[in-house]
Ligand binder design. Structure first.
Ligand code: SF4
Length: 484
């Protein structure tokens, strides 16, 4: 076990296309649709007449590809793109994806969404054997494993490598002859396949990106599956049979777009059901229901529907400020909350407001929102959270690896209520969340990972085992408590 686990993780978006004459342009459009999954860097590798070429950089897709030639130089019939959220420590250009490796016999582009729980151990072993890494990203480990595999074919080497990495991952690899895509044995991160009208095949993080490029949904990549797309078509096979569906529940709560479907469940409708369940589990004496724009509006609609209270637009959001949770520093986060939301005085003044938010992570946003509503004259604020309290770290690709950062891990519900300055506080139960998403499966937790809320992880944590034990030794609050 290495001495110190550093932040290698990310919540990202991937988009690959094969067999489309406008591959680079389609990928560019797809990345725009996945921009909510990462705003710190973007890149595209195009399969051009001159081989694989890459353009990448820090910033939004529109900033990285501001010059027309940045895209035209990537023109060809296949491409792979990535939008990245990096932790502060990992903010170096070498980590922006897709990574592009040039070997004497071939070039390979690699893009990844997730976090490998054994990357540090594997990297230490590989370095001891002489491997030289270009980045600090966990993603690069897969390429070293692939190239060192003794298997006879590229695909067999890839399967070999996939069986050595643990954790949450959705990988895509682009070569001159194929596009490959694979999901971890628990399917933590979503990955879907679609087809453009002209036959081009697409593999990307969310179905919303398929819609944006006029592609028809074909399938979700299932846990433990490897998809291979060549000029001869698509094959889907299992690289492992030891699988157990555990989709990240935060995809449904917060990350994914409401117009996306994950394993057949529409994200908007799941959020509405979370709001409906929340209203039943945590009723409030209020006059109006107000949702926090934008990711909580669906849950607020559900809460209003089930409670019979009117849904009102009590908070408005500037469309031009990046999402708070994925700003890398506390100072940036606080600044962006004040910049992006304001209360509608005519709606909330004199009212008992039931404020519905999708989650409380660090508490930063909620404290300021309550203050905004009170400053605008709200008589009472009853905060209802459409997910259970986030009390445990995530090691599968979300940038929370320590309970120090989590509001609900450090305070009881009564303490949170006092700190937030609300008149009442209630959270959705874990059961309520599982029933709202209602994936069609007999897997534990109805096919969801709920480790963020329960501390029960679907996999071994490898490099992070001692981190978790250290975190849990500090945790003294009642993890079953959900209201005050
Ligand atoms: S621990 Fe939480 S954030 Fe991480 S994969 Fe599981 S549900 Fe998602």
């Amino acid at each position: 076990m290495p001495a110190e686990v550093k932040s290698l993780n990310e919540e990202c978006g991937v988009f690959g296309v094969w067999g489309d004459p406008h591959a680079a342009e389609v990928t560019h459009l797809g990345l725009h649709t996945l921009q909510h999954r990462g705003q710190e860097g973007a890149g595209i590798v195009g399969k051009t007449a001159a081989g694989l070429r890459r353009h990448y950089g820090f910033g939004l897709v529109s900033e990285v590809f501001a010059q027309p030639e940045s895209l035209t130089q990537l023109r060809g019939t296949a491409a792979l793109g990535h939008v990245r959220y990096a932790t502060a420590g990992g903010r170096i250009l070498e980590n922006i994806q897709p990574l592009l490796f040039r070997f004497t016999d071939e070039a390979i582009a690699l893009a990844h969404n997730g976090n490998l729980t054994n990357a540090i151990t594997l990297r230490a072993q590989l370095e001891a054997e002489g491997a030289i890494f270009q980045s600090t990203s966990d993603t690069e480990v897969l390429m070293h494993l692939l190239r060192r595999s003794p298997q006879p074919t590229f695909k067999a080497q890839l399967k070999d490598a996939l069986n050595q990495v643990h954790g949450g991952f959705a990988f895509e690899l682009l070569t001159e002859t194929a596009l490959y895509a694979a999901v971890d044995p628990n399917g933590f991160r979503p990955l879907v396949v679609g087809q453009r009208p002209d036959g081009g095949l697409i593999v990307c993080s969310e179905t919303a990106a398929l819609n944006a490029v006029g592609a028809t949904y074909l399938r979700d990549v299932q846990p433990g599956q490897l998809v291979t797309i060549t000029d001869d078509g698509m094959t889907v096979e299992a690289y492992t049979t030891r699988t157990q569906l555990a989709v990240c529940s935060m995809e449904f709560v917060y990350f994914a777009r409401p117009d996306s479907e994950i394993h057949g469940v529409n994200v908007y409708q799941a959020r509405v059901k979370m709001g409906e369940k929340l209203a039943k589990e945590q009723p409030a004496n209020g006059d109006i229901v107000v949702g926090v724009p934008n990711s909580s509006l669906s849950a607020a609609i559900g809460y209003a529907r089930a409670s019979g209270l009117p849904y009102e637009l009590g908070l408005v959001k500037s469309q031009y400020v990046a999402r708070t949770f994925i700003q890398p520093t506390q100072a940036l986060r606080e600044k962006s909350v004040r910049m992006k939301l304001s209360a509608v005085r005519a709606v909330v003044a004199g009212k008992r407001v039931v404020l519905v938010d999708d989650s409380i992570v660090r508490g930063t946003t909620a404290i300021q929102l309550v203050q905004l509503l009170k400053d605008a004259g709200a008589k009472e604020v009853h905060l209802r959270i459409a997910s259970p309290p986030l009390r445990f770290p995530c090691f599968y690709g979300i940038d929370i690896q320590t309970t120090k950062e989590l509001f609900a891990a450090n305070y009881s519900i009564a303490e949170m209520k006092a700190k937030l300055g609300v008149d009442s506080l209630g959270f959705l139960s874990v059961q309520g969340l599982e029933d709202s998403v209602a994936l069609n499966t007999t897997a534990p937790n109805r096919g969801l990972c709920v480790a963020y809320f329960t501390g029960v992880y679907p996999t071994e944590l490898d490099d992070y085992t001692s981190n978790l034990q250290r975190e849990l030794s500090h945790l003294s609050i009642n993890v079953k408590e959900v209201s005050a």
